[in-house]
Design a protein. Structure first.
Length: 109
């Protein structure tokens, strides 16, 4: 998926990603792919130059991965691929029919 490739590429090149890329691209994909939430959290702390534990833990474990037992939010912060289409220009060149792969995983979630 172009969105994931671009977000990961930028992260690895610069150590930074916009919150939409973090929450709604890497975070959403991690959640939909079943990545272990603490591994996501550890990865965010390792790769983002502006990641600080007291901010990253609730954002990653509570919002992005819905792994805090519902303490931060009462439902998962998850969306279909339509959100990525509206908030970015990634989907126009994606060979997954725009946000289709995200949509399929979202429906299974």
């Amino acid at each position: 998926m172009v969105c994931l490739r671009e977000a990961l590429g930028q992260t690895l090149r610069t150590g930074y990603a916009h919150h939409i890329q973090r929450l709604m691209v890497t975070g959403l994909c991690g959640l939909l792919l079943g990545v272990e939430p603490r591994q996501m959290h550890a990865w965010y702390l390792a790769v983002y130059v502006d990641a600080v534990e007291w901010v990253e833990a609730p954002n990653t474990l509570g919002m992005s991965q819905f792994a805090d037992g519902g303490r931060l939010g009462t439902k998962p912060y998850v969306a279909s691929g339509r959100y990525i289409q509206r908030m970015s220009n990634y989907c126009g060149t994606c060979h997954f029919e725009g946000a289709g792969d995200v949509d399929a995983r979202f429906r299974r979630f």
